[in-house]
Design a protein around this ligand. Structure first.
Ligand code: TRP
Length: 371
């Protein structure tokens, strides 16, 4: 079956090994994971479980770090709506990296991109969502001394000076080939890859040193780094390094990335407990038609979104995850019960997150860069 991955749409069942080849990235090897473990102590479950599975030059980032040259972390958010758990995967990972490596973190809000890309969105809306989404980011526990958040619109003066240097070195035929732009693409979007490239170089400007930059992000954002890497050295910067995660599962089935526009397929950070429970109870599972059949034949955790939720975020203990899998396959653990367990955990998680999110409102200003 075919699949398609671009920064704006993901379709079909993604074959990640094939994607590594198509994009020209490298698999995250056990060697690299060993090196990370030496520095950080315990490995994050996202690394242990290969949820972060691919990279560009992450080994070089570690080389530099070991030589005493700290890297900066860069990630971002296109604010087209509320934040869901899929958006937070790279952010959770960034927080772990910041804590373990004690490094600076830069977070770009592309309110310009989402406005230009989505016909129905006004600039007021994307800017509003931008700061709303930033609360979810701050709620994850970043260090206010070392974390810098900016909206493209509100920090445009600083960003623009670097963007034009990138833009001058990228042709229309390159972005057409990389992003699939056509003659009917608006010219804002054609320029936009230059803007998303800027934070790869911003740490060098702000920190007044040639700074290595590591970008944790879902693999669909990789085309931007390909373009930015091509111009980096010409402009006197290091090529940005990247580490890529696979897509968080949609509650509606095992194909593709979760969409912020489809309310039922994702858990949003602003969802009420009732909403969370309802979505989990309606989730696509690997269960059989009837309870009798399931008791006899067992379920299929491989295709089950409920199991995937445990795997991604809600069962960090490997042994317990294996127990759950075995119990499902043997027919002993039925979907209704398993869903209820997940819903209970999710409700607690979302409630705790919302409390932190409330607190983030008071401190958000400390994190913001503005012109
Ligand atoms: N384009 C991204 C989106 O639509 C937002 C973004 C900007 C981003 N800079 C980034 C994502 C860096 C990951 C890493 O969501």
């Amino acid at each position: 079956m075919g699949f398609k991955v671009t920064p704006w749409e993901v379709e079909g069942e993604v074959d990640y090994d094939k994607l590594i080849k198509e994009f020209g990235t490298s698999p995250l090897t056990d060697d690299i994971l060993e090196r990370v473990k030496k520095i950080t102590g315990e490995l994050h479950p996202f690394l242990r479980r290969k949820i972060f599975f691919s990279h560009r030059d992450f080994d070089w980032i570690l080389d530099m770090y070991e030589k005493g040259v700290p890297f900066a972390i860069y990630t971002g958010r296109g604010p087209s709506g509320h934040t869901h758990l899929g958006h937070m995967m790279p952010w959770i990972f960034c927080q772990y990296l910041q804590e373990r490596f004690d490094v600076n973190m830069y977070f770009q809000i592309t309110d310009d991109e989402k406005f230009m890309h989505r016909r129905e969105l006004t600039l007021e809306k994307t800017r509003h969502y931008g700061y709303d989404n930033a609360l979810d980011f701050v709620a994850l526990g970043f260090d206010p001394e070392k974390t810098f958040i900016f909206s493209d619109i509100d920090y445009a003066k600083t960003l623009y000076g670097i963007a034009v240097k990138i833009a001058k070195n990228v042709t229309f035929s390159t972005v057409k080939a990389v992003f699939g732009f056509t003659n009917s693409t608006n010219i804002g979007m054609i320029f936009f890859p230059a803007i998303q490239g800027v934070p790869c170089f911003l740490p060098s400007e702000l920190e007044k040193r040639k700074a290595p930059v590591l970008i944790p992000a879902a693999i669909d954002q990789d085309p931007y780094w390909r373009v930015t890497r091509d111009v980096a050295e010409k402009l006197g910067y290091y090529k940005p390094a990247a580490i890529h995660n696979i897509f968080f599962p949609s509650l509606e089935g095992p194909s593709g990335k979760m969409s912020a526009s489809v309310g039922q397929s994702a858990i949003f950070t602003v969802d009420t407990p009732e909403k969370v429970r309802k979505k989990v109870m309606n989730a696509f599972t690997g269960g059989r038609e009837t309870v009798e059949e399931q008791k006899k034949l067992g379920g299929n955790p491989q295709v089950c979104t409920v199991f995937q939720y445990f795997y991604f975020l809600f069962e960090p203990d490997d042994a317990k995850l294996e127990e759950r899998k075995a119990a499902c396959k043997s027919g002993e653990l039925l979907c209704g019960y398993c869903k209820k367990e997940l819903a209970d955990r999710l409700v607690i998680y979302v409630r705790e997150h919302q409390e932190k999110r409330e607190k983030a409102k008071k401190v958000l200003d400390q994190f913001l860069l503005k012109d």
